[in-house]
Design a protein around this ligand. Structure first.
Ligand code: AMP
Ligand code: MG
Length: 337
């Protein structure tokens, strides 16, 4: 009988232990890449995994920041036309960003930094530059002039050309953080990297993650999105802008013209596996506008998208139909198929 009690007590204790292990979670918040990030992971290694993921994101910032003097990108931008050898983790997002520049024929342009700087978006000293000045600076923004050597991980840009990975950095950081979390055995996690959401698996209860997509016109949510194991990344014209003589100039630029985008798009959300792809596409699709975005989406099969226009139309790609629940009022709803 005594043995029976002992066995029962051991059984209860070990069940409790196993349950508490499987339910263990960790929430880690920190500030990096000029934004606030949160990682919530589930599993017995969640604390350690989160700390390692945070360390990785900080390491990446030190490699790809355009302003940190010790970063690879800073070194490249101040190389006076000499060849620079990069770390694999700065070479990869750079070559990816250049590929996206090619795929969008320069609408996405990671070489636009001199122009964006002239408009004051890097310093906060905003101004509308003279057309002639923009034209002049655009001669330093030709992404086709970047020479890459993938074998050596070396890059050569001409003097006064500058690379800016601002449109892809957070998405890439998310991918690398997820890689670490998975290596540590995490099977369920949600990362909010300054509004970019990336997930591993499903919620711990087996249900899909619910992501709120911001309403570009107020502080609320315009729709909910149910997903698993995906990145959900939004570019919004409301995120950073200045106004002059009643006109709004946003932080997303037409990569060919060197002007802030002035189309009918209010926000673009991309849903796909890779954070790097989603981040580069959210910016690219924003620049394209709805018609070109449709043709671009039709030509590929690696992402889904949601576009909210300035006249409050909601557009989404057909494969998201089952995942979306609309919470705000829209003037029209269109499904791309
Ligand atoms: P995101 O918020 O991901 O759309 O990225 C916007 C940031 O990317 C801006 O703050 C700029 O630093 C940079 N950027 C703006 N326009 C472009 C463009 N056309 N191509 C590449 N990067 C851009
Ligand atoms: Mg982006």
């Amino acid at each position: 009988m005594k043995n029976g009690y002992l066995f029962f007590a051991c059984f209860i204790l070990s069940t409790f232990f196993l349950l508490s292990c499987s339910q263990k979670s960790d929430l880690l918040s920190f500030e990096v890449m000029n934004t606030f990030m949160t990682i919530k992971s589930y599993g017995k290694n969640s604390r350690k995994a989160n700390l390692l993921a945070k360390e990785k994101i900080m390491e990446l910032e030190n490699l790809i920041s355009v302003t940190r003097e010790e970063s690879d990108i800073y070194r490249l931008n101040h190389s006076d036309g000499k060849t620079v050898i990069l770390n694999e983790e700065s070479f990869y997002p750079l070559s990816f960003a250049l590929e996206m520049a090619g795929a969008t024929e320069g609408l996405f342009n990671p070489l636009l930094y001199p122009v964006i700087h002239e408009w004051g978006f890097t310093t906060g000293e905003y101004k509308v530059p003279e057309d002639i000045r923009i034209k002049d600076l655009l001669s330093y923004c030709d992404y086709k002039k970047v020479l890459l050597n993938p074998k050596e991980k070396s890059v050569k840009i001409q003097k006064d050309m500058m690379i800016d990975l601002g449109a892809v950095g957070k998405g890439y950081a998310g991918d690398q953080a997820i890689k670490i979390l998975k290596e540590k055995g995490i099977k369920s996690a949600i990362l909010d990297l300054g509004g970019n959401v990336q997930t591993i698996g499903r919620k711990i209860d087996g249900k899909l993650w619910s992501i709120g997509i911001k309403n570009p016109f107020d502080s609320g949510i315009s729709l909910g999105l149910k997903i698993e194991d995906m990145a959900v990344i939004t570019s919004g014209g409301y995120e950073r802008y200045f106004e002059e003589n009643g006109k709004r100039y946003i932080h997303i630029f037409d990569g060919r013209k060197g002007f802030p985008v002035e189309n009918n798009v209010a926000s673009v959300t991309i849903v796909c596996k890779s954070g790097l792809l989603a981040d580069s596409l959210s910016t690219s699709i924003f620049v394209m506008g709805e018609d070109e975005a449709y043709n671009f989406w039709k030509s590929r099969s690696d992402f889904e998208m949601i576009i909210i226009t300035k006249d409050k139309k909601l557009i989404y790609t057909k494969n998201l139909s089952q995942n979306i629940s609309i919470t705000a009022s829209f003037s029209a709803v269109e499904v791309f198929e």
